[in-house]
Ligand binder design. Structure first.
Ligand code: IPE
Length: 264
């Protein structure tokens, strides 16, 4: 049976997070190769991607996730424009890579169709369910309009993952591709002896480390929270190493792969 997969390309996977606007084009290409393979087999794929160094650095510098600040409002409004345009640029690298592989794409920048932040943001995610399986819809974490005095805020790709996976009834798989680990680890992945958790139940404690120096959204904690919400509705929710994208096919054909399966 054909699968419907919602996949998140983490910003730390598709960009070098520490240096402004540095895409990892080889990684983007290898993931798009795998996605085009899945699509050629008749599966549907919806892509959500993160920001990495196309969003977090400027968003952090100008406190965009906290909304408008009177003392720096002009610089913030300028930064909002730049981040929105940078995110479209990053997204165009993903869609170009897919198009180079013969896959049609359609991109929905959240600043055009969504407002407010968190997983109860306003926006109709059914748009992602209105295409035949040979067309791949793409969206991404973005700076969106926020009601009230805040004026703007950051809508994370993880919140988009939650709403799309939960509200589109035919979704069979929801996969978070990570940049720095095989899945959810029992300790921060760079620490010696950290081990892969193969099955993670919501509520189980893991030792995490969140790089708030660079990240304006919630890192692995937000992902885990959203993933456990999704697992109440979608059977196959996984964290997989995005440097090994062939694990996506493996998951679809064998029902399992190296990674963490999230259960509710
Ligand atoms: C963040 O989106 C969006 C911006 C900072 C503009 P995500 O939360 O989905 O991004 P990553 O995956 O952490 O980079």
């Amino acid at each position: 049976m054909a699968a419907k997969v919602v996949v998140k390309l983490g910003g730390g996977l598709i960009t070098d997070k520490s240096s402004l606007k540095s895409p990892r084009t080889d990684i983007i290409d290898s993931i798009c190769n795998e996605i085009s393979h899945l699509v050629s087999l008749g599966n549907s794929v919806i892509i959500v991607h993160g920001a990495g160094s196309y969003g977090h650095l400027l968003a952090k510098k100008w406190s965009l996730s906290h909304g408008l600040r009177k003392d720096i409002s002009e610089q913030q409004r300028e930064a909002v424009k730049i981040v929105r345009s940078d995110m479209r640029e990053l997204s165009s690298l993903v869609s170009k890579s897919l198009r180079d592989r013969g896959i049609e794409t359609v991109t929905f920048p959240p600043s055009d169709w969504a407002k407010n932040t968190g997983d109860s943001f306003e926006g109709d995610v059914s748009i992602f369910d209105s295409f035949p399986s040979n067309v791949v819809p793409i969206t991404f974490g973005d700076v969106v309009h926020v009601d009230g005095g805040a004026e703007f805020g950051i809508l994370s790709g993880d919140d988009l993952m939650a709403r799309i996976s939960i509200e589109i009834p035919s979704v069979t798989h929801c996969v978070f591709l990570l940049g720095d680990a095989e899945g959810m680890m029992d300790k921060p992945p760079h620490l010696e002896g950290s081990k892969l958790i193969e099955l993670w139940k919501s509520g189980e404690i893991v030792e995490t480390e969140h790089n708030s120096e660079q990240d304006v959204t919630g890192g692995i904690e937000l992902k885990a929270e959203r993933a456990s919400l999704i697992s109440k509705k979608v059977e196959e929710v996984w964290f997989i190493n995005g440097n090994c994208p062939e694990r996506l096919s493996e998951l679809l054909t064998d029902g399992t792969t190296i990674g963490t399966k999230i259960v509710s």
